[in-house]
Design a binder for this molecule. Sequence first.
Ligand SMILES: *Cc1c(COP(=O)(O)O)cnc(C)c1O
Length: 384
Amino acid sequence: MVPDYDAAGRGRPVGELIGAEFSMWRYRFLLPIPDGRPVHPLESGYGVGGTPLVDAPRLAAEFGVGRLWVKDEGRNPTASLKDRASALVVAAAARAGQEVVCTASSGNAAAALAGCCAAAGIRCVVFVPGDTAPAKIRQLLAYGAQVFAVRDGYEAAVRLSYQAADHFGWLCRSTAYNPLTAEGKKTAALEIVEQLGFRAPSVVLVPAGDGNILTGLYRGFVDAMRLGWTQDVPRLVAVQSAQSPALHRAWRLGLDDVEPHDASSIAESINVAVPQDGFRALRVLRETGGDVLSVPDSALGTAVRRLAQGSGVFAEPSAAITLAGLGELRERRALTGDDEVVLVSTGSGLKHAAPGAPDDPKVIMVDADLMAVERAMRVTEAGR
Ligand SMILES: *Cc1c(COP(=O)(O)O)cnc(C)c1O
């Protein structure tokens, strides 16, 4: 699916190529969908992509790098980077007259498919692991998706989605199985390049489960280089949980392909025993001179708070893991003061937050009484 870059517009002014709306459809000329009338409102106004690249100078100083940005993919309409993949799949499905699209998902891909299907008026069926966060399931139901919670977990849900698609004649969006997923995700890389003024950063940290985001971002960075927008492709660094380390293990052992490995991470979006795009992800990581890191689940709570307090971006643990990965790179002395780093914050923390009032000791219960606030402030300031 390599575009013809001369036909696509190499050498032509950027302004003639990209669309006016700051969304993923701005790069329509690089996406493999047939021409024709855009699916309304999915392809205009629904706002997939076009997410902010948040400058985080305090975090940059803390980690000793030149610049640091957070690509906040939690601002997509269903609150994760998965919207880019689902939007492209649904746009293609609608053009082909497909009535039902299904997917297996650890939660976010399902939400993205359900939301994009709702925007386009197409039916959606999802297969999620039985232990999916309740907030994510409520989101699916709100969009009107038919939800199957598969008791045996993610891999079983993936198999079931293939079988059901085959049996019922549905289009299957499941990650990596559908080649459009990586194509949609590449638009995040194109945006990063554009937001930096048509330059590539030096290092991009990406959380990895199936490895499909890595593959997609790589394609976007390669597209940008072949169009003459950038000089090179950044080092891609995958970050995994030590409790779901299939890709990390294959990397460490120098394997060409990933072998299944037990997965029991609390970071459910990257808790994958059998990475569906592991082979391509390993190749992409090697080609960019990248790396694979593993971080224990016990570091994720701190990573979420540090990212939120250092940048204003509230990410789910599977996304904030990139900040823990940055700490690991610093410890290995693999960063310099010249590095320009992007953390891809793949999904919002709001969905992950448990319902109900937090019983955190930092929360101070008061009456509606200014004096009580003053007293409490004195105590907390003293404790700082
Ligand atoms: C899906 C997802 C990932 C992992 O992407 P892969 O393509 O499976 O590697 C990371 N973070 C979030 C929030 C996700 O939803």
